[in-house]
Design a protein around this ligand. Sequence first.
Ligand SMILES: Nc1ncnc2c1ncn2[C@@H]1O[C@H](COP(=O)(O)OP(=O)(O)OP(=O)(O)O)[C@@H](O)[C@H]1O
Ligand SMILES: [Mg+2]
Ligand SMILES: [Zn+2]
Length: 383
Amino acid sequence: LIDRTSVVNRLRGVLDPEIGISIVDLNMVRDVYIEGSHVKVTIALTVAHCPLAKTLQTDVEKALKKSDEIKTVTVETTAMSKTELNELRTSLQNRATQPRPEQGNGPGPGINRLGKRELRNIIAVASGKGGVGKSFVTSMLAVQLRRLGYEVGILDADLTGPSIAKVFGLKDRPSKSPTGRITPVLTKTGIKVMSINLVLDDPEMPVIWRGPIVNSVIRQLYWDVDWGSLHYLLVDLPPGTSDAPLTVLQSLPLDGVIVVSSPQELASLIVTKAVNMAKKMNAELLGLVENMSYLTCPHCGETINVFGEPQGEKLAKQLGVPFLGSVPVDPIIARLSDHGQIEDYSTPVFQTVADELRLRASQHVQQLMQGLPIAWSTQQSES
Ligand SMILES: Nc1ncnc2c1ncn2[C@@H]1O[C@H](COP(=O)(O)OP(=O)(O)OP(=O)(O)O)[C@@H](O)[C@H]1O
Ligand SMILES: [Mg+2]
Ligand SMILES: [Zn+2]
C-alpha cells in the first residue's frame, strides 16, 4: 500500500540539483496526494524559474516509479517564499559549520593552489595514455550536464594537443571583459570554453611548452579567465602520467578526477598508473569511464568486442574506483568532431555517466554560503 511516509522515504534519495542535499532534508516536498496507484507531489523550488527544475522533476519521477505500486506520477512545482528561503539558508549555514570528513593528503608542500571563485565543482578528466577519447568524454560530459540545465565550462589544459575548440566548432577569439579578464568563448548550447588554440595566432602551429611555461599558461587559462558562476568546470588534462598532467592536477583547485580508459590498453598497468596519480592529489576519484568498449553491429545489433573483452568494470572494481559506464565505438563521433558538431551527439550512456557524476561530485555547501546558489543569484540580478 502506498502512503505518505513511503512516498517521502523514496524522495529522500532525490538531491536538489543545485545544492546537492536531499529535497526531503531541504523541506522542499510539499503536498503528497495519493489516489490508487497514482501519486501527485508538489515540490517547492528555491527559485521560481529554476533552469534545473526539469532535472529535478525527472529525478522525482524516477525515484517514485521505482516502486512497483506506483504506476503514474505527476510532479508539480511551486516556489519557496522569502521566509522559507531564509530558513533554508540558516539550516544550510548550520550544516556548513559542522566538521567535514578529512579527505586526501592535501597538495604537496610548496604548492599554492589557486582559488575557486564561483566555480562549484572543478573536475579533471585524465587518462593513462593518449588517444583513448579523453577529449571526447570531456566534451560529452559537458554537453550532457548542459542539457540538464547546469552552467558548464571546459578548460582545455592539453596544451600540446588541444582539441576542445575544434570539436565544438569554435573559431572566435575570446574577448577582454571590462574587468580585464578574458571572456571564454561560448558554444552553441552555451558551454564556456577556454583553450590555448583560441588565443594563439596560428592555431595549427605545433608549440612545444617547457615545464615552467606549462604551469604559467595553465594558470592564465584558469585564473585570467572570467568564468563567472559555474556548476561544473571540466578540465581536459594532457594524456599520460608524466609531468604535464601532474602540473595541472597540482595547480588547480580540483574537486574530482575522472579517469578514461579503453580496452586497447592491454596493460591495465597504464590505467592503474593514472588512477594512482589521481589518488595522490587532493581530489576525489569520481570514477572510471571505459571508452570504445564495444561496437554495435549496424545490421543485426549484435555487440562486437573490437578491442577484446571490455574490462573497465572489472578493472574499476580491482582498483576500488566507481565504474561510471562503457561508451561504444560510433563512427558518427569522428564525423561530428571533425565538423565541430559534437553538441548534436547523444548516446544513453552519457546520461548515466552525467547522473552518476552529479551525485558523486563533492558539493560545496560551505561555498554556497558565501554567495547564493547560481540560480538564485541569476534571479536576483534579473529582478
Ligand atoms: N567512442 C568513440 N567512437 C568512435 N570514435 C571515437 C570515440 N571516442 C573518440 N573517438 C575518436 O577518436 C579520436 C581520439 O579521441 P580524443 O581526441 O577524444 O582522444 P584523446 O584521448 O583526447 O586523445 P589525445 O591523447 O590526443 O588528447 C577522435 O578522432 C575521436 O573523434
Ligand atoms: Mg585530447
Ligand atoms: Zn551483425
